[in-house]
Design a protein around this ligand. Structure first.
Ligand SMILES: NC(=O)c1ccc[n+]([C@@H]2O[C@H](COP(=O)([O-])OP(=O)(O)OC[C@H]3O[C@@H](n4cnc5c(N)ncnc54)[C@H](OP(=O)(O)O)[C@@H]3O)[C@@H](O)[C@H]2O)c1
Length: 317
């Protein structure tokens, strides 16, 4: 488990933009589970010791010596955890602050919303009347995946870590049922009880024993998009579990891994679909926003403690 003591805040001189560069001020910083892999080397490029961490950031152009950007533009990019930094403009994506609140571009209209849509539609292939289970259901990806499942006509059941999140899923995000994996005495039995017809789609955000329990309840020809395995990200030793391949064979299951970086060409079209559903009120979303640059480590660690509902974001004042 990452600790606050793994992080250090340093004060440096303000950077100055040279010809062809822009000076950026960070406004919203995304903290994400995958950053854990940049600390332990499983998700290259890794974070270097005593260098700034980095993630997707929405920044304001506060000074421009680059003709493609003007002062006041908002941009999104994978940037360093710094209040200010310079960029030569490469890989900066302009963001329209009139279309949606800026923070939305880190969540429902950003990587997590896109992941929910593409992993579910491409691999989960939801059909009307089917039953879908989502783990990590109250998080950034899970809240959107479940709602898309409902739009597609599925019964949707979530797995979360608190009773408050169960209530949130049912009242705000349209989930039909949900279970608390921390208090359910037997997750496999709880899924069987809530899904007596069996599970057709398992949207997996967490891996580990929770996934073993859901996979034991799959129907023939079930589909399992594996978006993430957060329950393993802090593992020091390799975990073992039940042998699942016999179930894969005898139930004709499809299990497919997914990485959003593989689908960049589809981002504009899928973002437009998600924005349209938001506007029509067909989907909604939550953001947990902590304020202050010094909250970055706590926000990141909070992902592994479940302190977020929806997308975890830090606003830089
Ligand atoms: N493949 C891709 O391209 C891609 C893109 C985006 C995200 N992801 C993955 O998708 C998953 C969700 O990401 P996100 O950004 O939406 O994060 P998130 O779900 O908003 O936040 C993480 C949540 O995971 C739950 N959690 C933490 N530790 C857990 C454990 N040991 N067992 C079960 N649940 C645990 C917590 O909720 P509870 O209170 O319910 O425990 C926490 O709120 C992650 O695995 C992430 O790596 C993958």
């Amino acid at each position: 488990m990452p600790l606050l003591s793994n992080f250090n805040i340093e004060v440096e001189l303000m950077p100055v933009s040279a010809q062809g560069e822009v000076l950026l001020k960070s406004v919203y910083v995304s903290v994400d589970p995958y950053l854990r892999g940049k600390m332990n080397g499983t998700h290259p490029p890794i974070f270097e010791l005593n260098e700034p961490a980095a993630s997707k950031i929405i920044a304001e152009v506060v000074e421009s010596n680059n003709e493609s950007f003007k002062k006041g533009d908002y941009v999104s990019a994978y940037l360093k955890w710094q209040e200010y930094q310079v960029s030569d403009g490469t890989a900066l994506q302009k963001i329209d602050s009139n279309t949606a609140p800026l923070s939305n571009y880190l969540g429902v209209l950003g990587i997590t919303g896109l992941s929910a849509y593409i992993a579910l539609m491409d691999i989960g292939k939801p059909k009307k009347g089917e039953t879908m289970v989502v783990s990590g259901a109250a998080g950034a990806v899970g809240t959107i995946a479940g709602q898309i499942g409902k739009i597609m006509g599925c019964k949707v059941v979530g797995i979360v870590g608190t009773d408050e999140k169960i209530a949130l899923l049912k009242t705000k995000f349209g989930y039909d049922e949900a279970i608390n994996y921390k208090t359910a005495p037997d997750i496999k039995a709880a899924i069987a009880e809530l899904c007596p017809e069996g599970v057709d789609i398992y949207f997996d955000n967490v891996g580990g024993t929770i996934s073993d329990s859901v996979i034991a309840n799959m129907n023939n020809y079930g589909r399992i998009p594996v978006c993430g395995t957060i329950s393993n990200y802090n593992d020091i030793e390799e975990q073992t579990g039940p042998r699942l391949l016999p179930i894969v064979v005898y139930k004709f299951l499809t299990i497919q891994g997914f990485l959003i970086g593989d689908h960049a060409a589809r981002f504009p079209g899928v973002t437009a679909q998600l924005a349209a559903w938001l506007k029509e009120g067909k989907i909604t979303h939550s953001e947990t926003i902590l304020e202050g640059f010094d909250k970055l480590p706590a926000a990141f660690i909070g992902l592994f403690e479940g302190t977020n509902e929806g997308k975890m974001i830090v606003k830089i004042n």
